[in-house]
Design a protein around this ligand. Structure first.
Ligand code: BMA
Length: 317
């Protein structure tokens, strides 16, 4: 069934969805979802998947593919397990990784949700090859999630997008650091809307920001709480290329929501949750990897040019 046919389709689901499930895994896994993504120098697509076991605890496991769609080669043993001895903040697992290649360091920054007794916070690990990792520990204390680094410095400072939760709701913030350890100069980047909006009260960054000729493009999720449960939907915003806390455009309608069986039904139905993207060789195609219903992994593709044109036509000003 095709719903909402009167709306412009910005992201097209891949016909092979879901592209990865727990059944694809080389060891027992309950669910595989919310993967970070990157293209390695040889063109291989690497997905760093959140894998949940039957305790309910998650770890991260890399899957590599030449075309980013099928033929996945999955790490065994798992790529990154919680280090509970040295990092008690990871006691109940590590979740929802985002990957940013930091040009200056020649290393990938993996930001993830570290879940421990203090609640969910933001962990950071650096890697060159997704085989060995250097942990930086908790860079944002609980409650905080949905974090990703930007690929370079701004006025000498690294920049981290993140989503603290407080009494006034869950909004997207940007913080700066000279060394990736000490964070400050906190700026409110995008507040959740209020009232009846699809993105009222709780929003969060989805994949890392996307650099475009017009600024940093953000795909974010908005959570609508209903009597039947939460609805996770995606929206778009654009930020200044030199001063990324400055919002230039924010779309009013959502652009993507659960529609298919594998998005509507699963451990947590009605959830589409992207944590990563890769770019096509044309520099315009965006391959968006998203967790579906907290159960499996799916892929949809869009065009950066079309996303920007849609923002021009659909921003409230
Ligand atoms: C969020 C995160 C995600 C999850 C989503 C829907 O708070 O925990 O990992 O996909 O909820 O359950």
């Amino acid at each position: 069934m095709t719903r909402h046919s009167e709306f412009e389709t910005l992201f097209h689901r891949h016909e092979k969805n879901p592209i990865l499930t727990a059944e694809s895994w080389p060891y027992p896994a309950h669910s595989v979802f919310n993967a970070g993504a990157t293209k390695l120098p040889d063109g291989t697509t690497l997905l760093l998947c959140r894998v949940e076991d039957r305790r309910g605890h998650s770890h991260l496991c890399a899957a590599r593919s030449a075309n980013g769609v099928d033929g996945w080669s999955i790490d065994q043993p798992p790529t990154l397990l919680p280090d509970t001895a040295n990092h008690p903040e990871e006691l109940w697992g590590i979740e929802d990784p985002r990957i940013t290649f930091i040009e200056e360091l020649g290393r990938y920054a993996v930001t993830y949700t570290a879940f421990g007794k203090g609640g969910p916070g933001v962990g950071l690990a650096m890697t060159e090859d997704f085989r060995t990792f250097e942990r930086y520990g908790l860079v944002m204390q609980p409650d905080n999630k949905d974090a990703a680094l930007l690929p370079r410095r701004f006025c000498g400072q690294f920049a981290l997008v993140h989503r603290p939760t407080g009494d006034s709701g869950s909004h997207i913030w940007l913080s700066y650091s000279p060394d990736l350890h000490n964070w400050g100069t906190h700026k409110l980047m995008l507040p959740a809307r209020k009232g009846a909006w699809w993105d009222a009260n709780k929003i969060g960054l989805s994949p890392p920001l996307i650099e475009t000729s017009r600024g940093w493009l953000m795909i974010y999720h908005g959570v609508r709480h209903t009597a039947a449960g939460s609805l996770y939907r995606l929206g778009l915003a654009l930020f200044d290329i030199h001063k990324p806390e400055l919002c230039l455009l924010r779309g009013e309608p959502w652009i993507f929501a659960a529609e298919t069986d594998y998005e509507l039904e699963g451990d947590v139905g009605n959830v589409t949750f992207p944590c990563g993207y890769t770019l096509g060789a044309d520099g315009d195609t965006i391959n968006l990897y998203y967790g579906a219903a907290d159960t499996c992994l799916a892929l949809a593709h869009g065009s950066i040019r079309q996303l920007l044109a849609w923002l021009d036509a659909n921003s409230g000003g």
